[in-house]
Structure formats: C-alpha cells, structure tokens
Design a protein around this ligand. Structure first.
Ligand SMILES: Cc1cc2nc3c(=O)[nH]c(=O)nc-3n(C[C@H](O)[C@H](O)[C@H](O)COP(=O)(O)OP(=O)(O)OC[C@H]3O[C@@H](n4cnc5c(N)ncnc54)[C@H](O)[C@@H]3O)c2cc1C
Length: 379
C-alpha cells in the first residue's frame, strides 16, 4: 500500500472522529450506550482492517497507519480507540493464523463491524504476572474444554469473539499457554460488564466466565510453546500505540488550553498575556515534543524490524507519565471552564490511569528499563 492510501485512510479517520466521536464522547462518559451504527461506520472506513492483508479483505496498511489512527481517535476518546484497535488486532491475528474455514466463517463480521472482539489474558488472580493464569484448556473430543475466568478485558462486555489464553500444562508454565478463539455468545460462557468511577462504556470493559466451554480444535489458533511469545510481541507493539494515544490526549488538551488562553481575560488582558499562565503550557509543549519523538523512534524501529522492547517500553512509560502530570495541568489552566463535560480533560485523565495499566503496567515496564542504556553515541 502506498503513502497516499495511508494518507487517505487517516483523512477518513479524522473526519469520522470529528463527526461521530467528538460529538458523542461526553454522553458515553455519562454511561450512555454507543449507537451501534458507530461500529459499522468505523469498520466502513477501515478501522478494523488497517493491518489485515488485502487478500483477507483488509487495507494492508502498515503499523504506522495503525498508530496514527489510534492517536487521532484517542484525542477525542481513548476508550473507543482501544475498543476498535482490539477488534482490529484479533482480526489481524485471525487473518494470519486461523485455519482458512475458521477465518472465512468468523472474520467478515469483524471486518465489517458487525461484531467486536477481545484478547484475554488477565484473570482475577493474575494481572501483571500473566503467566500465573489459572484458566485451563484440556483436550476433549476433537477440541478443547476451557475453564476459568477472564476479567478487566477491553470489549469483553459486548464482544462476540475472544482470543483466550489458557494453560494446557501445569500451572505457572509459560510454555504451556496456548491461545483459543472462543465464541463468547455460545454455551459455557457468561459475559459481564465492569464499571468504574469513570465510564467504561466506550472501551467496553468487562469479563467472562468459561464453564467447561467447548472450543473446536481448529479454533486453537496458537499452540502451546508459541502463544505466550506471540502475545508478548503483540503487546510490545500495543505499547507504542498506547504511547501515541497518551501523546494525542495531551496534544488535544494543550490546544484547548491555548485557545482558551486567547479568549479568556483576567486582570484586563487575555490569559496568554500572563507569563505565569503561559509557563505550564510551554513546559507541556516541551515534554510533549520529547514524548512524540520517542513514539516516532519506536515506530521507525518497528518498521525496520529492529528489537523495540526497550524503545516501546520507554515510549509508553514516558507518554503515560506525561499524560498523568500534564492533563491535570492543562485542566487547571482552563480554570473552572475546563471541568465542563463538553471538554475532554476529565475523561482523558481517567484514560491515562487505564493506559498506565494496559499492555504492561508502568511498574513492570520500569523494571525492564532499569538495565537500558539509551545513549546514541559512544561516550
Ligand atoms: C480498562 C482496562 C482494560 C484492560 N484490558 C485488558 C485486555 O483487553 N486484556 C487483558 O488481558 N488485560 C486487560 N487489562 C488488564 C491489565 O493488563 C492489568 O490491569 C495489568 O496487567 C495489571 O494487572 P492488575 O490490574 O491485576 O494489577 P496487579 O498485578 O495486581 O498489580 C497491582 C499494582 O502493583 C504493581 N505491581 C505488580 N507487581 C509488581 C512488582 N513485582 N513490583 C512492583 N510493582 C508491581 C502493578 O504495576 C500495579 O500498579 C485491562 C485493564 C484495564 C484497567
């Protein structure tokens, strides 16, 4: 696919975000349900097909296009961006590794926005330490019986399909973990929504219990021995788009604060004529530039096939911590006005807390970074 194709796609994402996301995000934050047409429109412009190969009905675009699409969406609503990219990632995984009859049966609904999907590792007693998962998969009559619970999962409250990671061997063996494509609407599965102090509607957070849930053998899409490594690689890429999403939320907030500073007057002049008011914006812009640069470095390294484990972790830790500190600062610069629900500040602050946990929590990533030497020159 050409750069023009990616540019056209991103123009569509911007138009979709202006028309459908910015308008409704405040109502989702109040807990109102999404119009089902949103998923269809998102899929219509390709948001569930970005990296899916053209031969499988996808756009065949690269990782950079996915990162940018996530950023554009997250500037308006982090939750919807996470929801769509999670469905997209399952569609991509199915296109690449599911047996052809399974992909033919289940993939079109994801690509066309008629169904959502999720990726489920986390359990009530296994979060940061995913390899400690208790969900089991045991062979049975040409398939597998899955037993266990997954919780705090993007899209789980409404998804039709899940890629469920489950232990086929003894508890605690990473090499025993395999991945199964599970129909969450079938027998043996009970889904539930999870709510929080800030709305989980657009991200679709939920969980599900699998009670001797039968999965046909051809829906065991990643075997034990490769599944855990495959998901760790996928999560590494996710860190980069989550970092971009955090940068985008801060960029959107900085622009809003800057506009407000031109219009709002105190002590006889616009806010932006007061040096002390401008300083936090200048600090925010400076740190934001560094955070975007780190995201770009991680994207560029991904494109060359380099090992991005440290760069991705650093980009995410840096962007999350930027969002956690600068979003409240930008809200403060707005005065009381910034608290109105028409502005995204409060939603973005909640989203930054979610970003700090998903796809590797800040604590886990810092652990990895303690041994990293990023100096680009020989000293
Ligand atoms: C909205 C939302 C959506 C999510 N979506 C998904 C999804 O789609 N799929 C999925 O599989 N999971 C998902 N998660 C789960 C997410 O991956 C976990 O929250 C994350 O792995 C942390 O696990 P935990 O919440 O159980 O925290 P815990 O593991 O209980 O840790 C609690 C705190 O202690 C810290 N900590 C843990 N161990 C250490 C240590 N050794 N040293 C120092 N600090 C430590 C953690 O960083 C965290 O701050 C989602 C979470 C949220 C909030």
């Amino acid at each position: 696919m050409t750069d023009d194709a990616a540019a056209d796609f991103l123009a569509d994402v911007r138009a979709f975000t202006r028309a459908h996301v910015e308008k409704d995000a405040a109502s989702w934050a109040r807990g109102e349900a999404l119009d089902p047409a949103i998923a269809l429109q998102a899929a219509g412009i390709g948001l569930t097909r970005i990296e899916v190969p053209v031969a499988s009905g996808g756009l065949g675009l690269g990782f950079r296009a996915k990162v940018r699409a996530c950023a554009i969406l997250a500037a308006a609503d982090f939750g919807l961006a996470m929801s769509l990219v999670n469905t997209h990632n399952v569609a991509k995984r199915m296109a690449l590794t599911a047996p052809e009859p399974v992909a033919r049966k289940l993939l079109p609904d994801l690509l066309q926005g008629r169904a959502a999907a999720c990726t489920a590792l986390t359990e009530p007693a296994a979060g940061s330490d995913a390899s400690a998962m208790r969900c089991t998969a045991r062979p049975k009559d040409g398939g597998w019986l899955l037993e266990g619970e997954k919780t705090w999962i993007v899209n789980a409250r409404h998804a039709r399909l899940a890629i469920v990671y489950a232990q086929t061997a003894e508890h605690g063996q990473g090499a025993g973990i395999a991945a199964f494509l599970v129909d969450l609407t079938g027998p043996g599965c009970e889904r539930y929504p999870i709510e929080a102090g800030f709305s989980q509607v657009s991200i679709g957070t939920g969980g599900f219990c699998l009670n001797q849930c039968f999965v046909p053998g051809d829906q065991a899409i990643l075997p034990a021995g490769t599944a855990f490594k495959a998901i760790l690689d996928e999560i590494n890429g996710a860190r980069i788009y989550v970092a971009a999403m955090c940068c985008a939320m801060v960029s959107a907030s900085l622009r809003l604060a800057r506009d407000h500073g031109e219009r709002r007057h105190t002590f006889g002049k616009p806010l932006n004529q007061h040096p002390t008011w401008r300083e936090p914006l200048a600090r925010c812009a400076t740190q934001l530039a560094a955070a975007w640069a780190l995201v770009e470095a991680a994207v560029a390294a991904t494109e060359t096939g380099a090992d991005t484990r440290h760069l991705a972790a650093a980009a995410k830790v840096n962007a999350v911590s930027l969002a956690q500190t600068q979003l409240p600062a930008m809200l403060h610069a707005m005065g009381a006005e910034g608290l109105r629900e028409t502005y995204p500040f409060a939603r973005h602050i909640g989203a930054a807390q979610i970003a700090a946990l998903t796809d590797g929590s800040t604590a886990m990533l810092l652990d990895r970074l303690a041994g990293w030497d990023p100096a680009p020159v020989s000293l």
